[in-house]
Design a protein around this ligand. Sequence first.
Ligand code: 13P
Length: 257
Amino acid sequence: MRHTLIAGNWKMHKTLPEARELVTALRAGLESLRGGDAVEVLICPPVQLLFPMAKAVAGARIMLGAQNAHNEPHGAFTGEVSVPMLTDTGCTHVIIGHSERRQLFHEDNALLARKVRAVVAGPLTVIYCVGETLEERESDRTRRVVGRQLDEVVKSDVPADRLVIAYEPVWAIGTGRTATPQQAQEVHAFIRERLSATYDKPTASRIRILYGGSVKPDNAAGLLSQPDIDGALVGGACLSPDDFLAIISIAAGLPRK
Ligand code: 13P
C-alpha cells in the first residue's frame, strides 16, 4: 500500500510572520480533520524558514522539506546550501529537479543525478520532479522527455524507499491549466512502468508518484483518485491554509491504493 503524500511547495513565498500564520492555521485544521492520518503532509518552505518552521510543526503531523540542495556537502559555493546543512534543520525531504530549477537555473539531468544521490546519502527522501513542456507534449514527445529525465537520473543505486517522483507537466505549473486526470494517469502509469524496469515490479509499485501543476480543491479528487497518482505537489494552493487543508481532506476521504 502507498501512503498518500500531499506536499506543499511554497516556492519563494512567505516571510517569517506570514509563515507562522500559515502553519498555525494548518496545524489547527489538521487536528480537526477526520481520517487525516491516512495522508502524509509535507511543507517545503524557502530555506530561511526551515529552522523556525521545524519548531512550528513540532508535535504536529507535518513534515518539513527543502526545495533544492547543492550536490556537494560543503565547499566554496557562495549562496548554496548542502544536504547536511538541510538535515540540521530537521528536514526529511528535498525537492530536486523542479522545472523552475531546470528552466531558470539551467539544471540538467547530469547535475540532478548528483543532487539526487547527495539527498539520498543524507539520508533524506528525494522528491524528483519530471515533466514535459507544452511544445514537447504537442509534438508527442512526452514519453521520450520524461523517460530520459528518469533514465539519466533514477538508476538502481537510488534506494527506492527514499525516492518519490513528482510528475509536473511544465504547461500546468502556475497556469491554472491542469492535466486532465486521464492525461496525468497515462504519464504516471508510464513512469511506474519505467521504474519497474529500473528496480522490479514490486519495488516500483511501492514508489509514490505525485502529480503537480495547478492542483486545487476543485480538481484534486479527480486527479487523486487515479490508480497511479499517489499524492500531489501543490504550489499556489498550498499558500492558503484553507485550500491546502481542503486538498488534504479530499485525499483523506479517498480509498487507499
Ligand atoms: P502550481 O500548483 O502553482 O501550479 O505549482 C505547482 C508546482 O510547481 C509545485 O511544485
